[in-house]
Design a protein around this ligand. Structure first.
Ligand SMILES: *[C@@H]1O[C@H](CO)[C@@H](O)[C@H](O)[C@H]1NC(C)=O
Ligand SMILES: *[C@@H]1O[C@H](CO)[C@@H](O)[C@H](O)[C@H]1NC(C)=O
Ligand SMILES: *[C@@H]1O[C@H](CO)[C@@H](O)[C@H](O)[C@H]1NC(C)=O
Ligand SMILES: *[C@@H]1O[C@H](CO)[C@@H](O)[C@H](O)[C@H]1NC(C)=O
Ligand SMILES: *[C@@H]1O[C@H](CO)[C@@H](O)[C@H](O)[C@H]1NC(C)=O
Length: 236
């Protein structure tokens, strides 16, 4: 079992692709849908249940929108790693409830996509109004990963402007030693997540990958830092 995992990891890293890495299709993380609504799902536990937060972009009264809690289950017995799931959202800003059900697929580009169908129940004042109390619809969710990438880069570039130079150099030196030299013999660029003890962070798919855009940005930041002044010999 452990050997299989290791083999898959090596393949993931060698291919630099999500196809094998995303074999789990774990719902944990940040998602956006085709309407611009976002949701964050916390760790899916060993029983398959999870909690999260849903921020919708659409409502009868958009000015009142507030983030709302969700509660759900992901199936864990699925063999091809593309599980079904369901969750309920209790809207905090209106007397209404939604239920979503769907499946997490890995598409032909290795990208996870959540195909869902939902029922939205609004509050009706009388039993006679029950007939038009429920609306049905569909939504497709994809991961908000690129945003994370952009946020990280923004933070990196802002830090160049804000923090003392000695701190920046020390952070870059640590990243170079741990994430670059300490991973795959320094031949693959910077791994996203590295623990302080020099062991790659395998707690999520993202942390255990090398992203070419992040590596370019890191290299550019290092070159800029070198050009702006004396750089510690350890790094050059
Ligand atoms: C999952 O359910 C168990 C009880 O069945 C509970 O202890 C645990 O907190 C739940 N986890 C989440 C993420 O809701
Ligand atoms: C969803 O997240 C994106 C990226 O962070 C943000 O631009 C957008 O405003 C968010 N929308 C909602 C409804 O939270
Ligand atoms: C939720 O979305 C609304 C817009 O629909 C936005 O104004 C608000 O900042 C978002 N809240 C969070 C916590 O993302
Ligand atoms: C549907 O229900 C709403 C109350 O939620 C009511 O205001 C509306 O008139 C109903 N629509 C029709 C066509 O009766
Ligand atoms: C899903 O991923 C999260 C974060 O990577 C992890 O904590 C959780 O244990 C995973 N759950 C399953 C069922 O694989």
């Amino acid at each position: 079992m452990e050997q299989t995992t290791l083999f898959l990891l090596v393949l993931c890293l060698a291919l630099g692709a999500h196809i094998l890495c995303a074999e789990k299709c774990n719902l944990t993380g940040r998602w956006k849908n085709d309407l611009g609504s976002n949701m964050t799902i916390s760790a899916v536990d060993e029983k398959g249940n999870f909690t999260g937060l849903y921020n919708t972009s659409v409502a009868d009264n958009p000015s009142k929108i507030l983030q709302s809690p969700l509660l759900g289950f992901q199936h864990l017995t699925n063999t091809n790693g593309q599980p079904t799931f369901g969750f309920t959202v209790s809207w905090t800003f209106s007397e209404a409830t939604s239920v979503f059900t769907g499946q997490c697929f890995v598409d032909e580009h290795g990208k996870e996509v959540l195909k869902t169908m939902w029922l939205f129940r609004r509050h009706q004042n009388t039993i006679q109004d029950n007939w038009n109390g429920t609306v049905v619809g569909t939504n497709e969710f994809t991961r908000l990963e690129l945003q994370m990438d952009k946020n990280l880069l923004n933070m990196a570039f802002q830090s160049v402007l804000v923090f003392p130079k000695s701190h920046i150099l020390s952070a870059l030196r640590t990243i170079f030693e741990k994430n670059v030299l300490g991973f795959a013999g320094g031949t693959m660029g910077a791994v996203n997540g590295m623990r302080p003890d020099g062991v790659p962070d395998t707690s999520s798919v993202q942390s255990n990958e090398v992203w070419i855009g992040v590596v370019y940005a890191l290299a550019a930041t290092m070159i800029q830092a070198i050009q702006q002044g004396p750089f510690p010999p350890a790094l050059c």
